[in-house]
Design a protein around this ligand. Structure first.
Ligand SMILES: *Cc1c(COP(=O)(O)O)cnc(C)c1O
Length: 433
């Protein structure tokens, strides 16, 4: 095994993504070999990184009655779902499409929980027919509709209410979900009433309580605050004669994009379990819904430099990946590390804005990055496993990128690059005068 390079560029995801012998490797495969074989832009994932991320949660929850439901909106590619299903995970879904994907990937239906503020009757029906484990209901109106749909089918729907603990997750406003003014969940002070209402509806079976306060949370404080608030509710709900079987504490644990140091999943759970035990709730079944922390740093996006465009005010590096492949910078001004696949020392380092070909000023991947590169070089965009491919679009009639999964020294194409005819497959030629 070659030695790791000492002065290597910064890229999260070690040890699964690492520089050895002057170039970037994913596990036992050279990233450059994958880029040459499959073209760019190309998402490259490490199966070992995903398994290690699940294992950290499993260690933290060892000897507890717990189920990790991978929040598949983070990355819903079938082969990736299969990795998580085989690791023992259930799935947190937010649409009928995700239900179908999860089942297609071999998910056990009773390990599926269904979240989201806008479930349609058709989606409820499909989930009831599949026999999912729990609906995380987000409003009183949804309780009524779910009860009606379950009655029509002659079944009982297992439900949790998603409560809004009104705590600040201290994250980006677009990915904070646990405050009073969010569209998500049932307000803390209305939760007990909503539980009484749910318990009175004949085709619903109350099984638990759920909360999810936001995403990219990098400290334990917001989780502890939410846990205290949820346990207060659990005690009040059970005092009202409604037993709760499980406690779902959502997802949201952050990852390193740029030197952040979020708690490891096992450390976080050590702290939360200690608090749970101290309040006498240690026996409860626990559900979790992590997304980003299971896949975010298990993927990179490889892109090729098309043009260098130095200028008086700014230097632009124009690459073949764009906001349709990697929407997070445009959507949230998110930071992704950008590093050369094969660092070179024969050209000077220049400060570049790394931008894509899409006709929008918002189409940038990174600003003011010092890189020594030339046209034709490959770059790796880091932390691209979560909320990248699953948010990709066809804007500018750009087909979706290809995806490769690596395990050890083997690589498999898990999504072929889209062709233009894929893009217009559902379209019809003009038939009117
Ligand atoms: C998005 C989402 C998650 C996952 O969040 P991450 O930050 O990716 O861990 C979990 N639960 C619900 C209800 C969500 O909407």
């Amino acid at each position: 095994m070659p030695h790791a390079d000492t002065a290597a560029p910064y890229l999260p995801g070690a040890p699964f993504f690492a520089y050895r012998d002057g170039e970037l490797w994913v596990e036992g495969v050279r990233v450059a070999d994958l880029a040459r074989a499959h073209g760019t832009p190309l998402f490259v994932y490490s199966a070992a990184a995903m398994r290690a991320a699940v294992a950290a949660y499993q260690r933290g929850l060892a000897r507890r009655d717990a189920l990790i439901c991978y929040a598949m909106k983070a990355n819903s590619t079938l082969a990736i779902l299969e990795v998580f299903a085989r690791a023992g995970c259930g799935f947190d879904i937010v649409s009928g499409g995700e239900l179908a994907r999860a089942l297609r990937a071999g998910a056990a239906p009773d390990k599926i929980v269904f979240s989201g503020v806008g479930k349609t009757r058709a989606e409820m029906r499909a989930a009831l027919q599949a026999g999912i484990g729990c609906f995380n209901v987000e409003s009183r109106a949804e309780l009524e509709v779910l009860d009606a749909v379950a009655r029509e089918l002659g079944v009982r729907a297992p439900v949790s209410l998603r409560v809004n603990p009104d705590v600040d997750a201290q994250t980006h406003p677009y990915i904070s979900t646990g405050l009073k003014d969010n569209k998500f969940g049932i307000a803390h002070d209305e939760a007990l009433d909503a539980y009484r209402h749910a318990a009175g509806l004949p085709a619903l079976q109350v099984v638990g309580i759920d909360c999810h306060i936001g995403s990219q949370i990098t400290s334990t404080g917001p989780y502890l605050d939410a846990l205290e608030r949820v346990l207060d509710l659990v005690e009040a709900i059970e005092a009202a004669g409604i037993p709760l079987h499980h406690l779902d504490l959502g997802g949201g644990l952050g990852i390193e994009y740029r030197g952040e140091q979020p708690p490891a999943a096992d450390t976080l759970w050590q702290v939360l379990l200690a608090r749970l035990d101290a309040r006498g709730h240690g026996h409860r079944r626990l559900l979790l819904e992590p997304g980003r922390s299971l896949v975010g740093n298990a993927g990179i996006c490889v892109t090729q430099v098309l043009y260098t465009k130095p200028g008086a005010a700014k230097n632009f590096l124009i690459v073949d990946a764009a906001m349709n492949d990697l929407p997070r910078p445009a959507m949230y001004e998110a930071y992704h590390a950008i590093a050369p696949v094969r660092p070179r020392h024969d050209v000077p380092e220049v400060v570049w804005d790394v931008v894509g070909p899409v006709c929008e000023s918002g189409d940038w991947l990174g600003r003011e990055r010092a890189l020594a590169v030339q046209a034709g070089d490959w770059l790796a965009v880091g932390s691209a496993g979560a909320y990248c491919m699953s948010m990709a679009s066809h804007y500018n009639s750009r087909g979706k990128a290809a995806e490769v999964l690596v395990s050890g020294d083997r690589a498999q194409l898990i999504r072929a690059r889209e062709s233009v005819s894929d893009l217009w497959r559902q379209e019809r030629a003009l038939a009117l005068d």
